[in-house]
Design a protein around this ligand. Structure first.
Ligand SMILES: NC(=O)CCC(=O)C(=O)O
Length: 272
């Protein structure tokens, strides 16, 4: 199936990350992305995992974070342009105005930067709030030709308000780079599936594999359709997880059960 037939091939770059080694991680992600474009000539969208440049090397993050994201951004933009695909660059540790952010950059097939999103909800169990600055606003962008998507990084999926705000603003897919560790596979699958079903949108989630210090990451990257069915799911090792998505399915599902027409915002949270 091709984009002309209304479908887009998406690949999740479910890679390992070396703790605190941006050069090694850059080279490794490049190798995996090259493998993805070689194996799937019809690839239109690639998604990387969270904090792929440094992992959670938070105690050294001021030395390791990419200043203004310059190195990562130049590479992602050039790769997107060379191969004519949209790239959601997972997220990187970025140093900006003396602060560190967990930041997602998105590129279109011309290599243009179309979005920057700073993770909104910082995860205390991994000490993010001690080292990172939270973002201030949700973000949406276009992927491929005509798929409006919203950004969500890892822990953000525990906050249904964010996905709902994005859906109400026009998002038809939620893109989720993650470093989601053992032993919370049940939460990962359930929360992602719930975000897909309740918002009747695609959920496209790329988790890392391997170990970061004592923390193990289980992969299981997922593409879930707006009816809650799993289109593709990774195993626990390094792999390119790929599947076809059909944006028109969002309208079909929203027509089948008209959740957005039946909402009663005037009675929620005192009408706010
Ligand atoms: N990197 C993260 O935000 C991890 C979130 C997580 O593991 C969770 O259970 O939530």
């Amino acid at each position: 199936m091709t984009e002309q037939q209304g479908k887009l091939r998406v690949a999740l770059i479910q890679g390992n990350i070396t703790l605190g080694n941006p050069e090694a991680n850059h080279a490794h992600m490049q190798m995996l992305l090259e493998r993805a474009v070689e194996q799937y000539p019809d690839l239109k969208v690639a998604v990387l995992p969270e904090m792929w440049n440094t992992g959670y090397a938070l105690t050294q993050i001021h030395e390791l974070a990419d200043p203004e994201g310059q190195t990562s951004r130049a590479w992602l933009s050039a790769f997107a342009k060379k191969h004519g695909l949209s790239i959601v660059g997972g997220s990187i540790a970025e140093k900006r105005d003396g602060q560190i952010y967990n930041t997602m950059y998105v590129y279109n097939e011309a290599g243009e930067e179309v979005s920057r999103y700073d993770k909104l909800h910082l995860f205390r169990l991994m000490d993010e709030e001690k080292y990172l600055e939270p973002g201030a606003q949700p973000e949406m962008f276009e992927l491929g030709s005509g798929l409006t998507a919203g950004a969500s990084i890892c822990y953000d999926i525990r906050f249904p308000e964010l996905a709902r705000t994005l859906a109400l603003s026009g998002a038809r897919a939620l893109i989720v780079p993650a470093e989601w560790p053992n032993p919370r596979l049940h939460h990962w699958r359930t929360l992602l599936t719930a975000r897909a079903i309740e918002n009747q949108m695609y959920v496209i989630a790329c988790n890392r594999v391997g170990k970061g210090g004592d923390t193990e990451f289980f992969g299981h990257s997922l593409i879930i359709d707006p009816w809650g069915e799993i289109v593709a799911e990774g195993g626990e090792g390094e792999e390119i997880v790929t599947g076809m998505i059909r944006p028109a399915l969002v309208d079909e599902v929203r027509g089948r059960i008209p959740v957005f027409e039946d909402r009663r915002p005037s009675i929620y949270f005192g009408g706010k």
